[in-house]
Design a protein around this ligand. Structure first.
Ligand code: ATP
Ligand code: MG
Length: 250
């Protein structure tokens, strides 16, 4: 059974068809790329998978269950979490406090709370989780800095850290490399690999072709709401329809 089955998703905004009958599945453990020119429908796809938008047609099946109409928090409760293309850090909070927020957004908090007898137990568990995520993302040294004072690379790492604090099974990363310099990109690639190796399945939306092709064994290409191609980086690079789509948009 695939972890995620996207079945015939169509999304319209008025007369605009943002996604047209999109189907694909993702197996547990994969790091899958989703690329395409600006406006192709990548972020809309993520919003539908994560329950922020409802499609006009089609279904999202996650762990064998139809989650199409469940809404974002119920979906997050099942471990399906997305990061945002726009940064959504609490700028006036420290790194540590931002991750704490992530822990509390942990939508499985009912279960989480039930596991601990007292509030104190719970606070301890949250503190432990926060330290673990800080360490994992290489942010321990920056934990007392305000988010607004972080270099871009660390801001993006923090956005991923907040998502990780919610203990995802399937993580949707929307342009985690945007605006990064080569050094920051390189570090972020390592982090994304580490997250995958820790057992999290990932779908990565990214314009940085070097990064996405370096990380993913399998890529999908969207263009004007159509799924143009799926394949290995090599297959995608030599696909004529893909080349045309990118040249056409340039
Ligand atoms: N809430 C909305 N209302 C109306 N149109 C929308 C809405 N959200 C997205 N769209 C439109 O849907 C299309 C796909 O948008 P989407 O944000 O998914 O593109 P994208 O592939 O993520 O592009 P980019 O690479 O620039 O982030 C675009 O034409 C966009 O203007
Ligand atoms: Mg987008």
């Amino acid at each position: 059974m695939a972890l995620l089955d996207v079945k015939g998703i169509t999304k319209r905004f008025g007369g605009l068809v943002a996604l047209n009958d999109i189907s694909f599945s993702v197996e547990e453990g994969e790091l899958r790329g989703l690329i395409g020119p600006n406006g192709a429908g990548k972020s809309v796809m993520f919003k539908i998978i994560a329950g922020f938008y409802r499609p006009n047609q089609g279904q999202i099946v996650y762990q064998g269950e139809d989650i199409t109409s469940q809404g974002a928090s119920a979906v997050a409760e099942r471990g399906l979490v997305r990061t945002f293309q726009e940064t959504t850090l609490f700028q006036e909070f420290t790194v540590y406090e931002n991750i704490l927020v992530g822990c509390h957004l942990h939508a499985r908090s009912n279960l989480f709370t039930a596991l601990f007898r007292t509030d104190k137990d719970r606070q301890k568990a949250v503190a432990a989780k926060t330290s673990e995520v800080l360490e994992f993302m290489g942010l321990t040294d920056r934990k007392d800095q305000l988010a607004l004072n972080l270099p871009l690379g660390s801001q993006r790492a923090l956005a991923v850290a907040i998502a990780l604090a919610a203990e995802p099974k399937l993580l949707l990363l929307d342009e985690p490399f945007a605006g990064m310099n080569p050094e920051e990109t390189f570090q972020m690639m390592d982090l994304v690999r580490k997250v995958q190796e820790s057992g999290v399945t990932i779908i990565l939306v990214e314009h940085d072709m070097k990064a996405v092709m370096g990380l993913c064994e399998k890529l999908m290409v969207l263009n004007f709401g159509q799924l143009l191609a799926t394949g290995s980086p090599k297959e995608i690079r030599s696909n004529n329809r893909v080349i045309e789509a990118y040249l056409g948009s340039a």
